[in-house]
Design a protein around this ligand. Structure first.
Ligand code: 13P
Length: 279
């Protein structure tokens, strides 16, 4: 069923596991993610960045595509359709009005007061419509969809203040980066644990690509209930497609070219499921 993210993340916080957010970029990826999560019987969050939403033809197309795939493929698990890093109230409103069940408002580039003001506006609009809200504080580093950031760790006080807006989950920047890490990630586990013990809402870890398994497990034990993965799926798919194209230069059917990344992507998804759900 298409659901918001509230219960699935609260269950994860209680059960000490993490729900994956896999970012989608096209119909094929959405299909692979839905099929693999359904066959493992785990809930999933489909993350859609503003850029990916535009690429797929707009939020309405994405929502209808997800609804259609779920029906045609007999998907029985809980699926949350989530806007990733919504940059303004207007963008979040468009996603909500198009049928998204969850949004992230990322006003972390503003001072805390302005971040809180924009986040509260989104919370009020979303909650009236049964849609869940994630917000960010501090700066997650790296770059995603051409948007770059320096790392700046969230403080416990800032997390408490942002949570007062009524958000359903929070992404405190604690050293993770989007895309590939330069060197090894250095996550602030101590602060993660304190924030988790201080707040009732679930914590989200962005920049899941490239974090060693042991650190992922530790993050989950410190209270992380949702982990976002984008680049790792892109790399798994890309490597398989490059190999296929180099070995099959005369194949031009796009279904075969795009589909040659299916097994590698499903394997990457299934590896993350084992790790995040402690299987
Ligand atoms: P990665 O691309 O590093 O996996 O990060 C994904 C993410 O955090 C999306 O918001």
């Amino acid at each position: 069923m298409l659901v918001n993210g509230i219960k699935m993340l609260q269950d994860a916080k209680k059960g000490k596991y993490a729900v994956p957010q896999f970012n989608i970029n096209n119909l094929e990826w959405t299909k692979y993610i839905l099929e693999e999560c359904n066959s493992n019987n785990v809930p999933v969050i489909l993350g859609v960045s503003e850029g990916a939403g535009k690429y797929m033809g707009g939020f309405k197309v994405v929502a209808k595509m997800v609804e259609g795939l779920m029906e045609e493929l007999n998907i029985n698990i809980d699926v949350c359709l989530h806007l990733d890093h919504g940059s303004s109230f207007e963008v979040c409103k468009r996603a909500i009005d198009s049928g998204f069940t969850s949004v992230m408002i990322d006003a972390s580039k503003y001072e805390l007061e302005e971040n809180m003001r924009i986040t509260k506006e989104v919370v009020d609009y979303a909650h009236e419509r049964g849609v869940s809200v994630e917000a960010e504080v501090g700066h997650i580093g790296g770059s995603e969809d051409g948007v770059s950031n320096e790392v700046y760790h969230a403080t416990v006080e800032d997390c408490v203040s942002l949570s007062m807006t009524g958000i359903d989950s929070i992404a405190p920047a604690l050293g993770s980066v989007h895309g590939l890490y330069k060197g090894l990630p250095n996550l602030n586990f101590e602060r993660m644990q304190i924030i988790n013990e201080t707040l009732a809402i679930p914590l989200v870890l962005h920049g899941g690509t490239g974090i060693p398994d042991a650190d992922i497990k530790r993050a989950i034990s410190c209270g992380i209930s949702k982990i976002n993965i984008n680049t790792e799926l892109q790399i798994a798919w890309h490597n398989a497609v490059v190999e296929f194209v180099l070995n099959n230069k005369d194949v031009y059917d796009p279904r075969k070219v795009i589909g040659s990344g299916q097994d590698a992507m499903k394997k990457a998804i299934s590896d993350k499921i084992k790790l995040f759900f402690n299987r």
